[in-house]
Design a protein around this ligand. Structure first.
Ligand SMILES: [Mn+2]
Length: 287
């Protein structure tokens, strides 16, 4: 199996300069992309959800590309761009036998009604569950994600309506406080146990899950976050334990990075490509 990197040069979901430059920045550091997706600026508008039309268009194109890669039995690694791209990357494969791991500081379960900022990068997970802007739901299409497919990790910044939503839906979200209390490995094991119940896992890795002291290169930093070794360890153990079939890495902002974010990104890519290659190796031996 090969890793196919898909770049999404979009920042309209967070509406802060920088995230759209991540793909170009990585290319200048020698990374190769299977495809880059650029927003159609003619669709840009700020009424209601900011840039809703433009984001739906990007996500539809991303969805089609991710589907194409999955059908070739290759591994799509989607590089953001802001987190609203998950509408397309996860929307490409809504199989009920797939777990979704959401590593993030935020809940990303706002709706157009609950959101104060009207920024779409705070809404992708609710949209994937069928609650959101009709244009996003049209891209995703039912069956939507069910609460039992989802597990969240590193959460420490939730809006009040998001707490209500998560609790009403019964979504398991592991907070920073819990990770600090119970310990890293115990929480990682809970994630592994969750994902083991499903045939496949999608990882959506938001770099703002990491503490800004170690990764300032994100658009919406939140203090008291993860040490970078924690998500790397989690991702490494997941690849060893379950079948990870696709992944996003989002919200990297090269304009705010001091080099640390780039190092974390490179480490993550190293783990992913090594593990995906091991899968090929194992398959070859069986054949
Ligand atoms: Mn996020």
């Amino acid at each position: 199996m090969f890793v196919k990197m898909i770049g999404v040069a979009m920042n309209q979901g967070c509406d802060i300069e920088g995230t759209q430059l991540a793909t170009a920045f990585l290319k200048s550091h020698g990374f190769e992309f299977e495809e880059e997706i650029f927003p159609d600026m003619e669709l840009s508008e700020r009424n209601g959800i900011k840039h809703g039309e433009l984001i739906a268009d990007v996500c539809l194109r991303l969805k089609n590309k991710v589907k194409e890669v999955l059908l070739k039995r290759e591994f799509p690694l989607i590089i953001g761009g802001d987190h609203s791209l998950a509408i397309g990357s996860i929307g490409a494969n809504m199989r009920v036998d797939r777990a979704v791991l959401w590593i993030d500081a935020h809940g990303d379960v706002n709706t157009p009604q609950s959101s104060i900022t009207k920024r779409a990068h705070g809404m992708p997970l609710a949209s994937l569950m069928g609650y959101g802007d009709p244009r996003f739901l049209e891209v995703i299409k039912p069956p939507f994600l069910t609460p039992k497919q989802i597990i969240m990790f590193g959460i420490r910044s939730l809006d009040d309506p998001e707490v209500v939503f998560l609790q009403q839906q019964g979504i398991r979200y592991i907070t920073m406080d819990e990770i600090n209390e119970k310990g890293e490995q115990s929480c990682i094991e809970e994630v592994l146990d969750h994902c083991k119940q499903f045939a496949h896992t999608h990882i959506s890795f938001d770099l703002d899950s990491i503490d800004p002291a170690y990764c300032p290169g994100v658009s919406t930093p939140v203090v008291r976050g993860l040490h970078p070794s924690v998500p790397l360890n989690l991702i490494d153990q997941l690849f060893k334990t379950v079948s990870v079939s696709s992944m996003d890495i989002v919200e990297f902002n090269p304009l705010l990075d001091n080099g640390d974010g780039m190092t974390i990104l490179k480490e993550t890519l190293k783990i992913v490509s090594r593990k995906v290659n091991e899968v090929t190796y194992a398959l070859n031996i069986e054949e």
